[in-house]
Design a protein around this ligand. Structure first.
Ligand code: F6P
Length: 355
């Protein structure tokens, strides 16, 4: 979307900023479209901020209306652009000065922990509505984040597809899911595809137990086997595998590569030929599932209501299956981990899945 620096548009109308920050998540465009369309008849101008925090520093904005956002919801990504590396750390005054020049009456920010940590540094005096966003599903204060269902669908579809070649070649496939330090995507995608083993960071893997599980499958004359591993998973007493670093960002260590280590270990230790597949950003690039579309439509409409009612300082969240409002502080806590007693963990154990 090409940007320009919009000044105040029409008298008597409020100017509300809309920003998408951090890693994109399928459904962001649905949030944008639903929010803008639901405010279509209100005396409000929605000013899209381009590329997350960068658009504030560089005063790059674009005016959004019902026509410009029409049918954006179908696609992953974000029509506003985003950044997973810029921050407000050490640039607080610069941010506030630039933000003041945008002459906004309030800001709607769809983001994850990095975005809200960045905004919390400058939040005094900022009228903010938070929209929790991450495919990782690890934000506190909300039962679920949009994009997570789509990411799980990518994982389960990949596992379903890879079974054919795994069986054809009598191989183990180790499929690596995103999720940073939490295992929600691996758990959701692994359970949905009835994988043989699901490895998540919250449950360090015992080499002996995993070996025994795979050997029991071999003893049953299984041709292929499927393992889903979260990128932050690791063996007992070891730490997560770091793929590379993005200095200066909220999340400096970018995790990845554990699936290759596990595949090599299985071949050496168990003598079962193995391959790894890292799904990576495919998990963020699929068209949103209907579940994510329902969610973002409802959340965007709720954001529109909050703007109309001048209800700032809150986040739009999901509680007990319903879209509702909560204090912003609720979503600014440490990551929500997969707990040992979660119903999906129990279901996996009941089905004989190694977890
Ligand atoms: O937080 C979302 C996420 O997709 C993580 O699951 C992953 O570790 C990270 O972002 C990847 O970041 P980047 O897009 O900067 O490589």
């Amino acid at each position: 979307m090409s940007s320009r620096n919009n000044g105040p548009v029409s008298k008597g109308r409020r100017r509300i900023g809309l920003m998408t920050g951090g890693g994109d998540a399928p459904g962001l465009n649905g949030i944008i479209e639903a929010t803008v369309r639901s405010l279509g008849g209100e005396p409000v101008d929605i000013v899209g901020i381009c590329d997350g925090f960068d658009g504030v520093y560089e005063r790059r904005t674009v005016l959004l209306d019902s026509d410009t956002v029409l049918n954006a919801h179908m696609n992953a990504g974000t029509i506003l652009g985003s950044s997973n590396k810029s921050s407000t750390r050490g640039r607080e005054d610069e941010f506030l000065k630039a933000f003041a020049e945008l002459k906004l009456d309030g800001l709607i920010a769809a983001g994850g922990d990095g975005t809200f940590e960045g905004l919390s540094r400058v939040i005094r005096g900022l009228k903010l509505i938070g929209v929790p966003k991450t495919i990782d599903n690890d934000l506190q204060g909300t039962d679920v984040t949009f994009g997570f269902d789509t990411a799980c669908a990518v994982v389960s579809e990949a596992v379903d597809a890879l079974r054919a070649t795994a069986d054809a070649h009598k191989r183990v496939f180790v499929v690596e899911a995103m999720g940073r330090t939490t295992g929600w995507i691996a758990l959701g995608g692994g359970l949905a595809s009835y994988a043989d083993a699901i490895l998540v960071p919250e449950r360090p893997v015992s080499r002996a137990a995993l070996k025994a599980h795979l050997e029991s499958l071999k003893a049953k004359k299984r041709r292929g086997a499927m393992i889903v591993v979260g990128e932050g998973a690791h063996f007992e007493g070891e730490s997560a595998t770091v793929a590379f670093r993005v200095e200066g960002s909220h999340q400096v260590d970018r995790l990845g590569g554990i699936s290759l280590e596990i595949a090599r270990w299985i071949e050496t230790e168990i003598g079962w030929e193995s391959r790894n597949v890292i799904l990576g950003h495919l998990q963020r690039s699929r068209h949103p599932t209907t579940t994510d579309r329902f969610l973002t439509a409802a959340m965007g409409v709720e954001v529109g209501r909050m703007v109309t009612e001048n209800d700032w300082g809150k986040a739009v969240v999901v509680r007990n299956g319903l879209v509702t409002r909560a204090p912003l502080a609720d979503i600014m806590k440490p990551p929500r981990l997969v707990d040992a007693d979660h119903r999906w963990v129990r279901a996996a154990i009941s089905m004989g899945i190694f977890i």
